[in-house]
Design a binder for this molecule. Structure first.
Ligand SMILES: Cc1ncc(COP(=O)(O)O)c(C=O)c1O
Length: 400
């Protein structure tokens, strides 16, 4: 709302968080999606390259259009960081502000082994979920703004419109306490003896130990050119070779070992390390994963191979938008059986949670890829939040 007026275009990755879709409903912005690279083996999407942003801006210029803003999620939930410096340079060459969803990166400033922050790399607006990765109360977050590209008066008006007129002093105090705590234990933000040193050392120890476990692999680098880097505090483990889905493995770890993954997905489990992690946690995690590797393989590999083929290029590869998120939000809708949904305009947000990345957004044409992907992950044990029928035997579509 601070950068896009109704009908103006926002360039953004298709795997943006549900909150970004809500922002487009509120502002009336029109999406111009970028497709992040999808890895079917890991069932995860990587970041966005600077050349993708440049290509989109060039294409729009050729069409006589202009983007009002670019929004990038960096890091992703899996800790994948895009080359924000390169992207900010491209945006600024075209006179377009860069907004970064840094929900999972509020800790980056506090250790030199962590990736560079979005602000350091030139972003104009940065939103951080301080409660996720630092130690403030849930719901407390920070929004940072720098430079001259964003109209601060309009920005403040938007905050006033969206926020309660009765701010919670508990939440505000917890943000201040989190800030004070980090400053006190780090001294200087780059001090090598910051509390994050212990978390990073423990994560490295765990990564090394997990790699030795037969049948498990750990996500390392995310691209050969080195333009995307990983948050060392997020460890993603593939269970592909032992034939378990992330959801099955998550149940076993939780029920039998009291180990809670941050994020299960079709083929992986992701674990988050942080200020509270200690060596006992690492021992329990590694011990629990060792037991996974010796249980008999439950699924045959050909079934897994089939699953990966279904969405080889990701669930977002064939997106067609008929209505803007805002038009679809306010459109007249009806419920149809899922088998009759193909080709209709989706009237609700279908979003497996976690990670909260919508597979279908209101206004998009329902594709067979999206339907197959959804069936697959529900079959594998994923939860779909926000859908009016959580079993997804029916779905809401916009009336013609
Ligand atoms: C990438 C991303 N952006 C934004 C959000 C929303 O953050 P919050 O829960 O603090 O509103 C999340 C939450 O999971 C997220 O993963």
């Amino acid at each position: 709302m601070a950068t896009c007026s109704p009908g103006e275009i926002l360039i953004l990755p298709r795997n943006s968080h549900i909150s970004v879709i809500s922002a487009m409903v509120l502002s009336g912005a029109l999406p111009r999606y970028l497709l992040p690279e999808y890895d079917p083996v890991w069932d995860l999407t990587y970041g966005i390259h600077a050349f993708q942003v440049k290509d989109a801006l060039d294409e729009m210029r050729d069409e006589g259009k202009r983007a009002a803003a670019v929004l990038i999620t960096s890091p992703t939930y899996f800790g994948v960081c895009s080359d924000l410096r390169g992207i900010a340079d491209v945006c600024h060459n075209y006179g377009v502000p860069l907004i970064v969803d840094e929900a999972h990166g509020a800790h980056f400033k506090f250790h030199s082994d962590l990736p560079n922050t979005a602000l350091e790399q030139g972003a104009d607006i940065v939103v951080q979920s301080t409660h996720k990765v630092l130690c403030s109360l849930t719901q407390s977050a920070m929004i940072h703004i720098q430079g001259e590209m964003v109209n601060r008066e309009r920005f403040c008006r938007c905050l006033q419109t969206l926020q309660s007129s009765s701010p919670s002093y508990l939440l505000l105090a917890s943000l201040d306490a989190a800030r004070a705590y980090i400053c006190k234990c780090t001294g200087s933000p780059y001090s090598s003896n910051s509390h994050f040193s212990r978390a990073i050392d423990l994560a490295n120890e765990a990564r090394h130990a997990i790699q030795q476990i037969h049948g498990l692999s750990v996500l390392h680098s995310v691209n050969s050119s080195g333009t995307m880097v990983l948050d060392p505090l997020r460890i993603t483990v593939s269970l592909w070779d032992i034939g378990l889905s992330g959801y099955e493995a998550d149940d076993i770890l939780r029920i039998e070992h009291g180990v809670i993954a941050e994020l299960p997905s079709l083929h992986t489990l992701m674990f988050a390390f942080n200020l509270g992690t200690d060596s006992e946690h690492v021992h329990r995690l590694v011990g629990a994963l060792q037991t996974l590797s010796i249980i008999p393989v439950r699924k045959n590999i050909s079934e897994h191979t089939f699953l990966s083929k279904v969405h080889n290029d990701g669930p977002f590869a064939t997106i067609k938008t008929k209505l803007s998120p805002r038009e679809a939000f306010f459109a007249r809708t009806e419920r149809v059986e899922i088998d009759h949904a193909l080709g209709q305009i989706c009237g609700e947000l279908i979003c497996p949670y976690p990670p909260g990345i919508p597979i279908l957004v209101p206004g998009e044409v329902i594709s067979d890829k999206a339907l197959m992907y959804l069936k697959e992950i529900i079959h594998a044990g994923a939860m779909v939040s926000g859908a009016s029928d959580p079993s997804l035997s029916s779905i809401i579509v916009c009336k013609a």
